[in-house]
Write a protein that binds this ligand. Structure first.
Ligand code: ATP
Ligand code: MG
Length: 307
């Protein structure tokens, strides 16, 4: 378990992480969200023992990150933002070096490196120097160094940033496959990633906690939660749709003859909408019930429009 309690970081007069508290349990993949400058990387640096908090504490599997820093760090694999590595080393020599730093020697070292290399599919670039690798492969080297000691906690700062769609997909699959027996915290700006891999999401802005819940819970705060979006072959009667019980409003979409019928909080409006379609005989090509839009929830939260 990871426990963060009243964690605070000030740089000069500037409070960057402000009284942050939350817990993460085994098996959870926590998405750490917030606008640029929110304090995500700073929080991760404190959690991994690279930066001392101004006040507050954090512990990793029972080890305090300040009093028991080395023991805490042994439990953690960390991919820093941008995945810095030693550019002039080859992939193999870099991973050997990291494995040695982690205390492995001889056959076990070789085994550990080989396993990490296989997990992130680095076999074909082992003898290449890191600075000559593409961004995606550099990121994979960063991931390999984070998992070489099979840590119980993974802290990954924007692991898929700048990767192509295939590599994003691969890295997400890797995170999922690693997560069943680990605690994973990933920061990301890609909200679809949160729905795809995270069991929980924490949103911060200006270093303060704004929301903490499952992706579904966050989506259900969206004004589009349970909205019914229609695309028809003819104009639809907005007034009649807006008058249905449980409906809070109707919005026109960019596509021709397309509307989103919004539900009041806690209401399910699909049956009423469907009945009206049947009654009027509208030729509807598409009909969707929305779960909610994370990007809209994120924007309202971080601009302070939502409490
Ligand atoms: N060493 C430092 N000295 C002074 N200010 C710092 C330092 N490190 C970070 N900051 C400031 O702390 C704030 C939070 O930065 P941080 O990197 O944690 O944000 P972030 O949420 O990771 O943002 P991004 O999404 O852009 O990565 C920023 O305003 C940043 O300028
Ligand atoms: Mg950051």
């Amino acid at each position: 378990m990871i426990e963060i309690s009243k964690l605070t970081k000030r740089f000069a007069q500037h409070t960057v992480v402000d009284d942050l508290s939350f817990r993460v349990e085994r098996g959870e993949v926590l998405g750490f969200l917030g606008p640029n400058g929110a304090g995500k990387s700073t929080t991760m640096k404190m959690l991994t023992g690279f930066l001392a908090p101004t006040s507050g504490t954090a512990s990793v599997l029972g080890f305090d990150i300040q009093k028991d820093r080395l023991k805490a760090q042994r439990q953690i694999g960390y991919l820093p933002e941008g995945a810095p590595c030693y550019g002039d080393m080859t992939v193999r020599s870099f991973l050997d070096f990291i494995a040695e730093v982690r205390g492995f020697k001889g056959a076990e070292k070789r085994q550990r490196v080989a396993k990490a290399v296989a997990q992130v599919e680095l076999e074909h670039v082992l003898e290449q120097s890191i600075e000559t690798l593409s961004k995606g492969f550099k990121r994979r080297v960063g991931l390999a160094q984070a998992i070489v000691h099979d840590p119980r906690v993974l802290i990954l700062d924007e692991p898929t940033d700048g990767l192509d769609p295939n590599q994003k997909h691969q890295v997400r699959k890797l995170i999922q496959s690693l997560s069943y027996d680990k605690i994973v915290i990933i920061s990301t700006h890609i909200l679809e990633e949160v729905s795809a891999v995270c069991t929980r999401a924490v949103v911060i802005a200006h270093g303060k906690l704004l929301a903490d819940g499952t992706p579904l819970e966050l989506e259900s705060r969206s004004r589009y939660h349970q909205a019914v979006t229609l695309v028809a072959e003819e104009p639809l009667d907005m007034v009649a749709l807006a008058a249905l019980p449980g409906v809070s409003g109707v919005e026109e979409n960019e596509r021709e003859h397309s509307l989103s019928v919004l539900a009041k909080p806690g209401e399910v409006i699909f049956p009423q909408v469907n009945a009206l379609i049947a009654q009027r005989g509208w030729r509807v090509k598409e009909l969707n019930v929305e779960r909610g839009r994370l990007d809209e929830v994120f924007r309202s939260l971080t601009r302070g429009e939502m409490v």
